[in-house]
Design a protein around this ligand. Structure first.
Ligand SMILES: Cc1cc2nc3c(=O)[nH]c(=O)nc-3n(C[C@H](O)[C@H](O)[C@H](O)COP(=O)(O)OP(=O)(O)OC[C@H]3O[C@@H](n4cnc5c(N)ncnc54)[C@H](O)[C@@H]3O)c2cc1C
Length: 482
């Protein structure tokens, strides 16, 4: 039934379609991966990008929309320009901000957390990403859902799927030399990966945050400063997570919150309601719904990326690989740059006609060296933060977290705790030996993890021993901050 001028013939031609690469999920990561393959493959690679949504809704996480805070750091956008030459602008980059500020629960301290960035018009950004991929030569197919991977002799060689939409559930089979899974947090493909590999299949539920967001217009006369994004730490209003206000303009905002479920006495929707009712800026706000991007919630991972991103004939990228930052939950940037790296790895595999784990392994190294070397340390820092009450956060931010230290943490580096005075002050002020010793413990584990990731295994054969060390340190963090 599927006809494509770009398909590559092989022995199974009569049984099913056959592609060089199939990318499952046309969100941020999938569009960037597929587009990079087509671009760098220079017309010699057949690449199919499929999504369960129609093309107008590619990347939509749920029926309610592209549920996201839509903030992305400028450094990620620069990376894209440097690697594939793409430049973005209006209308998809809706608002440029110069900083992201983090506020203490008592609102007395604010520290800049990350540098400049953008608040995206997400539906328009999704369209731009898909348009770019199509222009580069990707074939897109909407309303089709991948249901399971096909393996032969320990290698992924294709997938089964079905068409979706009213009244049609037609099964199909597609063969491909390489399947790249960018189907997001809900991926069934990774969870049911039918071959032995180093990819972790399941995520611990404490490493997943339910997260809700609302795009809204403020009431007449109320404005916010449009040149910075705000993150509010508050262990009561957003237990184990944070609240955010990301401005689309002076009077249009993307607001929301993420929580760790086990620390919250209330459901997410009730906490969002409470916040809207308590903050005068949000009185009589009007949800923006003209672009079918409605109020909604979804899950985001707040752990380090999957330590292995490749298997024979199979790769993972984006939320399917737990790319979001463990502290900020920012997954757009790593999804975009990871998509470029995944695409480059796929092209190298095509050129070598080798789709083995070993051939694809360089993608692990590229991602870890550029981005992933800090995330396991940040995961321990996140576990620690989630145990603090508002007094402890207020004190810590007032006396401990200078702008430089906040930046260091956001980069996954070690804040300089060695200044004796500061430690004594912190120790006394927190009034809690537990919080202080927890911080010292965290710094030690972050240092050890950062060192381990400097030595990410260059060969799959060294992976298990290295991974055992990583897991053992993270287990110490989990045992301490449960
Ligand atoms: C409320 C919220 C706020 C957030 N705020 C921010 C933020 O401000 N900044 C930031 O950087 N990150 C943020 N994130 C994280 C960010 O949204 C994600 O990291 C990012 O969207 C991941 O992109 P992706 O392409 O990997 O996956 P997704 O965006 O989830 O896309 C997956 C795609 O795969 C498709 N799909 C799924 N299963 C199948 C299947 N079986 N077959 C075919 N297609 C399938 C889906 O339809 C979808 O199009 C937030 C997340 C949430 C939930």
């Amino acid at each position: 039934m599927f006809k494509s001028p770009r398909k590559t013939p092989n022995a199974v031609e009569n049984l099913a379609e056959n592609w060089d690469v199939v990318v499952v999920g046309a969100g941020i990561a999938g569009c960037m991966t597929a587009g990079t393959i087509a671009l760098k493959g220079k017309g010699n690679v057949s690449v199919l990008l499929m999504d369960r949504n129609p093309p107008t809704e590619a990347g939509k996480k749920t029926v309610l929309g592209w549920v996201c805070g839509d903030a992305v750091g400028e450094h990620h956008i620069k990376y894209i320009h440097e690697h594939i030459g793409t430049t973005y602008g209006k209308p998809e980059m809706e608002n440029r901000v110069t900083a992201v500020y983090v506020y203490s629960p008592d609102m007395k301290v604010r520290v800049p957390f990350e540098g400049p960035g953008y608040v995206l018009d997400r539906p328009k950004f999704a369209k731009r990403l898909l348009d770019d991929a199509l222009k580069a030569g990707v074939e897109f197919r909407g309303n089709v859902q991948a249901t399971e991977l096909i393996q032969e002799n320990g290698t992924i060689v294709g997938l089964h799927g079905q068409t979706v939409g009213p009244g049609v559930n037609q099964p199909f089979e597609i063969r491909s030399k390489l399947i790249i899974d960018t189907s997001g947090m809900s991926t069934k493909l990774r969870r049911n990966l039918p071959i032995p590999s180093h990819i972790e299949k399941e995520i611990n539920k404490d490493d997943v945050e339910p997260t809700a967001r609302l795009n809204a217009k403020l009431r007449d006369g109320i404005e916010v400063e449009p040149f910075h994004c705000d993150i509010y730490l508050d262990a009561e209003k957003a237990p184990g997570g944070y609240l955010w206000l990301f401005p689309k303009s002076e009077d249009k905002v993307n607001i929301g919150l993420g929580i760790q479920q086990k620390r919250s006495p209330k459901p997410l929707s009730a906490l969002l309601k409470d916040w809207l009712a308590a903050d005068d800026r949000f009185k009589d706000i009007q949800p923006l719904s003209d672009d079918s991007n409605l109020t909604g919630s979804w899950q985001v991972s707040v752990r380090h990326q999957n330590d292995c991103l490749v298997a024979n004939g199979y790769m993972i990228c984006g939320d399917a690989a737990w790319f979001p930052n463990p502290i900020s939950a920012g997954g757009i940037g790593p999804g975009l740059i990871g998509g470029i790296m995944a695409g480059e790895a796929a092209v190298r595999a095509i050129e070598a006609n080798d789709f083995s784990e070993k051939q694809l392994w360089q993608y692990n190294l590229d991602f870890v060296n550029h981005y992933g070397n800090k995330t396991a340390g940040l995961e321990v820092f996140r576990m620690y933060l989630q145990t603090l009450n508002n007094d402890q956060i207020n004190y810590g931010m007032r006396h401990f977290l200078s702008s430089d230290e906040a930046t260091e943490i956001s980069l996954g580096e070690m804040p300089h705790l060695s200044v004796g005075k500061k430690i004594v002050k912190l120790f006394r002020g927190l009034g809690s030996y537990k919080a202080f010793s927890g911080l010292v413990f965290t710094m030690g584990r972050m240092r050890a993890l950062n060192e381990l990731y400097q030595n990410y295994p260059k060969d799959p054969a060294q992976f298990d021993a290295w991974k055992a060390n990583v897991d053992s340190i993270l287990a110490q963090g989990r045992a301490r901050f449960h």
